[in-house]
Design a protein around this ligand. Sequence first.
Ligand code: CP
Length: 311
Amino acid sequence: MTLSAKHLLGIRDLTKEDISLFLQTAGQFKEVLQRPVKKVPSLRDVTIVNLFFENSTRTRISFELAEKRLSADTINFTAQASSVSKGETLLDTVNNILSMKVDMVIMRHSASGAPHFLAKHIPAAIVNAGDGINEHPTQALLDAFSIKEKTGRIEGAKIAIIGDIMHSRVAQSNIYLLKKMGAEVTVCGPPTLIPKYISEALGVRVNYDLKETLEWCDVANVLRIQLERQNQVLFSSLREYNLSYGISKKILDSLHKEIVIMHPGPINRGVELDSDVADSKQSIILQQVENGVAVRMAVLYLLAGRTPDNN
Ligand code: CP
């Protein structure tokens, strides 16, 4: 089986078969990562540039580690320390890097659509590592992998996505993926942080009541309030937000079941998630981060055109 796409720009462009292939291949790489020798020669002679125009901890380190585990040659580019600060355009920057014979570009950018723009102009394979408020496809893949690993299924699972849905590329990619794979999705948060027509557009349920949503779901994926992307006041205060939508041990203990807690990170402790929940055994936040390496190895491996037959 091979991918239907040359790039990974978003989950919206993928088929159900593409998603299954990414998840199945990630499972194989997770096994590799349990071995004493975690490095494989799969991407020897493949050169990858990590272009980060926006800050990142997990995604960036995870891609770098995935590239090293696959024996690729890697170059790291940070916009703040580059000639972008002298006015060089995105296309000029990337074309200059590609002239040095780079095969694949991993890009994070604050502008929605930046990787799609690049894909129209350059020959290298592109992986979107998060573009503005649009998509974060590898986060959705690692979230799905973690849900399946923890609960045994995606199809038929009840997943709640809670918090700042409006400004979240993680929410958008998760919704595309979970709906394609047959999960039920409810979004929950203050009305000002949930797009008005999301039910009609994306086929999710909306519930503004946190307790009801938690009673309904098997898994709660809790999102950060993205203050840096909000240009107007959308709720009264962080304290108020925590009181209405923060996940506390008290609210979890009041449920009639134990649910799985996820968060893509970085966490605002005491705002969307209390520390004793983030660090509890219900939380799989660090497993998500661990799975990110195997998932990104799968993405790089498959986009490089490697299949078990030609490697
Ligand atoms: N989840 C995520 O994208 O985290 P970073 O911003 O640290 O990469």
